[in-house]
Design a binder for this molecule. Sequence first.
Ligand code: SF4
Length: 234
Amino acid sequence: MDTLFALARQVAGDILSQKSKGAASEAAAKMIALAEDVIGQFEHRHGLEDPVACGPGCAYCCHYQVVMTAPEVFLVGRHVRQHFTATKTQALFRRIDRYLALRDGKDVFEVARVLHDTPCVFLKDDRCAVYPVRPLVCRAWHAMDRDACRTDFESAVPDPEVEGYTHRHYVYKTVARGLEAAVKEIGCQAGAYGMAGAMKTYFSHPAPETAWINGEPVFDGGPIAFCALPLEVT
Ligand code: SF4
């Protein structure tokens, strides 16, 4: 078995099996730290052939569907509760409703038509409002050529293929798979959820993280229009 997958599953499983109040958020945070650590060490040792073009204010990729595991939903939701003001939270709710009204249940071509007008609900002035806790898929998405991202975005390509480093994709995807495997093992609702719909569910539920860790189904599964890192758990 893949060593990183096994490690992620073990670490996440140890945290989740405690079934404590914040276990899901903690497991997600731990997975993010693990992935960042593995990539940091690898890149420190081997360097990068070409520099990564991503940086503050560049947010083309933040217009594509973000798909996340349940623990990541709780980590982001918790961050919003702790750090957003009431005004900022109300503005977020309005963006979520608008996003879902324009995208929910639409096929990839219909979504592509509104791509420019429906950024991620956390994108504000081309910056991520939940940057410290952004999902694994956001961390995996990177590029060496900003012009290629701009061209795909301006053409509203439904599913862009941007050149990136294999090791980064591998690490984030493998850690996400390990987390998802641990979720299944402890009998909690597993799946990959679109950011806006998952946030809507999170804030509509009186105690989503507690219900989920106790094995209750919290999320509606639904078709995902764009999925950069499919979570096939083996
Ligand atoms: S969560 Fe942040 S990084 Fe991810 S798509 Fe949204 S704005 Fe971009």
